[in-house]
Design a protein. Structure first.
Length: 273
């Protein structure tokens, strides 16, 4: 007996393919979508989810083909435009990706994910003010979803608008207490505002559960240095370098907080200054 249903049973094949997607097995799902499409070349559910699965395994050109077929069937398929945009962006075709997101928004003005993806794209293009406007639209449409507000906080942090950034991460974390990335960025923004004691409290809470997280160890090292606690800062820096030497050394060399340690022999040896 065929484990995934008989050859002619498209519904069973689709059910099992979707189950594989839920289990994060996109290659297996694609195999089943192909079986469906051999029987029904314009099965929109199979085409769409095959495209999603192809995006997951980074076969972006093949994913675009799936979304193109869907858009021939329905030129106003907002999700097909949105996911075609994701594939285009990953392929490096930024202009085409932006056009896809605009088409998705035109087809469905309440498609929050398209606003979010466009905001991320605009940020990468260094068009930060426009990115913030687009993300605000995503937040208005889906205020309970954390992704757009979180990314808004990231952009505001890059723009040195640390109070505003902190407010974003604070709101995300209050509404989603399991959102550890938001909690970590609260600590980062507190440090940027010179509130290093409070930042360290947050880093310690996260380290109590994720003691080997190199980013948090490094962030705590920075704050300890800012407070003048150099022995502990250097020990933490040593730990973080042992976990990711190339990146941490690069960060430490450029970090203004560590400038006072540029004449310290231990620091120079650690970062190979």
């Amino acid at each position: 007996m065929d484990l995934f249903g008989s050859k002619d049973n498209v519904e069973d094949l689709l059910y099992n393919a979707m189950s594989l997607m839920e289990k994060n097995q996109p290659k297996g799902a694609i195999s089943l979508f192909n079986k469906i499409l051999k029987q029904d070349a314009k099965n929109t559910s199979a085409l769409f989810n095959k495209g999603i699965s192809l995006n997951q395994i980074k076969k972006y050109s093949d994913a675009i083909t799936c979304f193109d077929i869907l858009l021939e069937i329905n030129p106003n398929d907002a999700q097909a435009w949105n996911n075609r945009g994701i594939a285009m962006a990953e392929n490096g075709n930024i202009q085409a990706a932006a056009e896809c997101y605009d088409k998705a928004i035109e087809s469905d003005p309440k498609n929050a994910s398209s606003y979010f993806n466009k905001g991320v794209l605009l940020d990468k293009l260094q068009e930060k003010e426009e990115a913030l406007q687009v993300l605000d639209k995503a937040i208005t449409i889906e205020p309970r979803k954390p992704n757009a507000l979180f990314y808004k906080g990231i952009i505001l942090g890059k723009m040195k608008k640390h109070e505003e950034s902190l407010n974003c991460f604070d709101t995300v974390y209050k509404n989603n207490p399991s959102h550890m990335d938001a909690f970590f960025h609260i600590g980062i923004e507190l440090a940027e505002l010179g509130k290093h004691e409070k930042a360290i409290e947050i880093f310690d809470k996260i380290l109590s559960k994720h003691k080997d997280n190199v980013n948090i160890i490094y962030a705590k090292s920075r704050s300890k240095a800012a407070l003048g606690n150099y022995p502990e800062s250097l020990e933490l820096l040593k730990q973080s370098i042992s976990k990711n030497p190339k990146i941490i050394r690069s960060w430490a060399k450029e970090e203004p907080i560590f400038k006072k340690l540029h004449t310290n022999d231990q620091f120079r040896k650690l970062v190979k200054l």
